[in-house]
Design a protein around this ligand. Sequence first.
Ligand SMILES: Cc1cc2nc3c(=O)[nH]c(=O)nc-3n(C[C@H](O)[C@H](O)[C@H](O)COP(=O)(O)OP(=O)(O)OC[C@H]3O[C@@H](n4cnc5c(N)ncnc54)[C@H](O)[C@@H]3O)c2cc1C
Length: 446
Amino acid sequence: MRLAPRNARIAVVGAGWAGLAAAVELCAAGMRPVVFEAAKQIGGRARRVEFHGHPLDNGQHILAGAYHETLRVMKRVGADPERLFHRFPLEIEHALAGFRLALPESGNIFGKTLNLASAFFMAQGAPFDEKIAGARFVQSLKRRGFRLSEDCAASELYDRSGLRGKMRRYFWDPICLSALNTPPEKASAQILANVLRDTLDGAQSDTDFLLPATDMSALFPDAAAAFIDANGGELRVQRRVGALRPEANEIFIDEEAFGHVILAVAPQHALTLLESHAEARATVEILSTYAFETIGTVYAAYPEEIDLPARMRGMECDAPGSIGQWVFDRGRLDERNRGIFSFVLSSSANGWEEYDDDALASRLHRELETLLKCSLPAPRWTRVVRDRRATLSCRPKLQRPAAETPIAGLQLAGDYVYADYPATIESAVRSGVAAAARVVEKARAQ
Ligand SMILES: Cc1cc2nc3c(=O)[nH]c(=O)nc-3n(C[C@H](O)[C@H](O)[C@H](O)COP(=O)(O)OP(=O)(O)OC[C@H]3O[C@@H](n4cnc5c(N)ncnc54)[C@H](O)[C@@H]3O)c2cc1C
């Protein structure tokens, strides 16, 4: 059913994954949103960036089988996850430390619970008591329905649960850092438990790693833009919204009036747009408390014949001064990028953020040589991308704003809004889908 044009005056501010997911859902419901995007390109913090003619990204992304809403909206716009991802069972291997933990393929005769237990017990490079502690930890979270009586730092929960030694160093700590993009000493144990609930306690395929077989824009944003266009929506790039002006029951963006606005920008940008509105004081107070975490991505282009033994490898080890965390072979993921490796560095205590770009690239080059046990030619080029506000810092008892603001017609979406999760693609998409559903309901009731 197409709605009358007046009701269809809906704006989405921001064409990251949250805003695009919202606009796609609105279009699918017969509405024609106008999407404003400040940048030249869409996709926000998960988008294609070309380096030396190669389709790479603003940062290496890894998704999980538990990203159900992301996979659903991808399918809606014709982006086929089967074709666009390499899907494989959870595998954490830090070869330099002699550590490996891997789940078997799903669908085998033992079933999920046994597979998980066997993955712990078969883990290489950790003593038996540490494996038992890991299995007990998951069981105890399960018994409590993954609810903690009080939120605390993930490291405190780990301490109380007897997680230590190599399993902690090479499995539990990296899981927390990668899932929440926040080091365990600062991370929310409750949000970590929520992630473990939806992965380790979901269907076994929910624990699968999904590595993009193409660049981040081709994964969803490009197809979403085509879907919006084909369904009567409008995407305006290089259109930064400078102010939202509520008047009577409408919100003005420049001289245009909208009955509904979904503000789908990063929290620091939402803060700028909301701080002059007295009604939004509670939201502004919450957003003002947010701290952020950095992610660094270092690309290095080697001769095409050089590859990793796998699509990704952990680089953590005990060698003094080592900084590597994860390395991805982009050529194994997408043959247009043969010979290109991406190193991912999340906020951590190992000091990588102090290195300048050249020192960082050459340090990682040496650590890659150690990992591959051979000397490598100097890369043809390297590129360091540091995003100092990659995501919000997912701290204990972190407050989230209500998605529905006191400003009539204004909804929030974005990776920081979906309260159950850390800031990820899935939380961005879920918040966008939820905001669109509320707008559809209200518009239909009008
Ligand atoms: C380097 C890096 C690596 C990451 N790795 C992972 C990962 O492995 N797995 C994972 O799940 N997540 C990962 N994330 C997080 C994930 O990318 C984000 O959570 C997600 O992309 C956020 O989407 P969003 O739509 O909420 O916000 P954004 O992507 O920030 O989108 C907001 C959009 O709004 C636009 N905008 C801002 N202000 C205005 C304005 N005034 N007017 C108009 N437009 C405006 C911006 O230009 C932007 O396009 C990573 C992030 C980074 C940076």
